[in-house]
Design a protein around this ligand. Structure first.
Ligand SMILES: *Cc1c(COP(=O)(O)O)cnc(C)c1O
Length: 459
């Protein structure tokens, strides 16, 4: 005998007490849509799987789940347990929590982004950062745009549209997310003139390539995410400046990850700073706001006033402009740099790179203790290495402490998958059948969140 199909009407569902809360919090047509969906699924299941009919409450609760899921932001906070400090997929640099109040205040109020308070006249949004940047770097002028890709594009277009730009073949990089020097060059309307070979570029290569009428710019690009070892040679920025000076051409340096201070004292390799690049004679230096600098996504251009003023007037600048939140976040980050110790203590990127072995070990021990409460996990403390990420210092292996976890009743793949699907997703590394938590990128406060998420997966 065929079973009777029972599905409540949408009206009945809308009138139920349980529905009233939903109707208060979500648009009525959305609630109706999800009620209908839940009812349809139930009808289908009764028809095809001989499932039992669902009560009104059951259907409403099901709809509530799907409404909530549909209304959740897709961009959510995650815990970076990979140890990669500038993880591009996880938003690169995290900002200092000291900026939290300030940023919320800027975001939720009117601000003087393009207004001069002294005179009551229209101001420029670029003034806010220029003074700080020139003071910190020693540059004559500065301009901030959406990201470093935009900074490079704007600089090339302004300085060399319709003209030749000379670049070494050893520096024609591709950065993750499809930023390629030759293509940016085309986009900027410049003609790329490659010189030298992949492994060797000499001074005479540049000198021979310079055309009095056609060449507009000498460009140096930081290799960022790769290196050339062995039989290799390149022309230093200082030499390039000499060549430029002789020919009357400006020199631009795309530094990628521009740092404002050296972390050598904290065990990191020597890395030239933006100040070094300017001192070596670069007329224009471009770098990212959210790589080693540790700020928000932005592209910083510093250098000679005559060039930067031309960029400010370029139409493209309007399309690449930064918003008030970026200005506030970058200004707040840059302010820390007036005192190196303060910068390292307060800028999370620097702090995570400079952190001592003792601090890392203590954090790993805390996490180890928290996770060891579970009989269904084999937990161990391990030494390992973390990466800087974001295409910065690609070969560097920073010694770190890991908590390695092996779930006894589920596969490690299922374990990390469930961790990603938790209330606060935890992104961990895996190695063979182990899940690894690198504490370098997990803050003290986040350790208990990781422990809670692991407990939720195991329960
Ligand atoms: C990272 C990088 C870029 C791109 O910077 P974004 O801020 O990601 O746009 C450009 N050039 C170099 C050399 C880089 O390392």
């Amino acid at each position: 005998m065929k079973k009777k199909i029972v599905v409540p009407s949408i009206t009945e569902m809308l009138q139920a007490d349980l529905a009233q809360d939903l109707l208060l919090n979500y648009p009525r047509n959305l609630v109706v849509e999800h009620f209908r969906k839940a009812a349809d699924i139930s009808r289908h299941q009764q028809l095809t799987e001989e499932a039992e009919p669902k009560t009104v409450s059951e259907l409403i609760n099901e709809a509530k789940r799907t409404i909530e899921a549909a209304y959740q932001p897709t961009l959510v906070r995650v815990i970076n347990a990979t140890g990669t400090v500038l993880h591009t997929n996880l938003g690169r640099a995290r900002l200092s929590s000291k900026l939290r109040e300030e940023l919320v205040d800027i975001a939720c109020n009117y601000v003087n982004v393009e207004y001069t308070l002294e005179t009551g006249q229209r101001g420029s949004r670029y003034d806010h950062l220029e003074q700080t940047l020139t003071k910190l770097t020693g540059a004559e002028a500065a301009l901030v745009v959406n990201n470093n890709a935009a900074a490079v594009l704007l600089s090339l277009t302004t300085l060399a549209q319709g003209k030749e730009v000379i670049v070494s073949r050893g520096e024609l990089v591709e950065i993750g997310g499809s930023f390629r020097i030759p293509e940016i060059m085309t986009l900027g309307g410049c003609l790329l003139k490659e010189v030298g070979t992949t492994n060797k570029t000499h001074r005479f290569d540049y000198e021979r390539a310079i055309d009095e009428d056609e060449t507009a710019l000498l460009l140096k690009v930081h290799r960022s995410n790769f290196s050339i070892v062995g039989f290799s040679e390149s022309v230093s920025l200082k030499e390039l400046k000499e060549i430029g000076q002789e020919a009357g051409l400006p020199v631009m340096y795309d530094m990628g990850s521009g740092s404002l201070l050296s972390l050598q004292q904290h065990g990191l390799p020597e890395e030239e700073t933006v100040q070094d690049a300017l001192a070596a004679g670069a007329d224009i230096v471009t770098f990212s706001g959210d790589k080693l600098l540790g700020g928000p996504q932005a592209g910083v251009i510093v250098g000679k006033k005559e060039y930067i003023e031309r960029m400010k007037r370029h139409q493209l600048t309007r399309a690449l402009r930064v918003d008030k939140l970026t200005i506030a976040a970058l200004e707040g980050t840059l302010r820390q740099y007036f005192d190196e110790e303060q910068a390292i203590a307060n800028i999370p990127t620097l702090q995570m790179l400079a952190v001592s072995d003792d601090v890392l070990k203590a954090k790993a021990e805390t996490l180890c203790r928290l996770l060891s409460q579970h009989d269904s996990l084999a937990v161990r403390l391990e030494q390992g290495t973390s990466k800087v990420g974001g295409g910065s210092m690609p070969e560097l292996e920073l010694p770190t402490w890991l908590v390695s976890v092996s779930p006894k009743q589920m596969s490690v793949t299922d374990f990390v998958t469930e961790l990603r699907h938790g209330k606060t997703p935890v992104i961990a590394r895996t190695k063979f059948d182990l899940c690894l938590f690198d504490v370098r990128t997990i803050t003290e406060d986040e350790l208990s969140i990781v422990a809670d998420e692991v407990a939720a997966v195991l329960s």
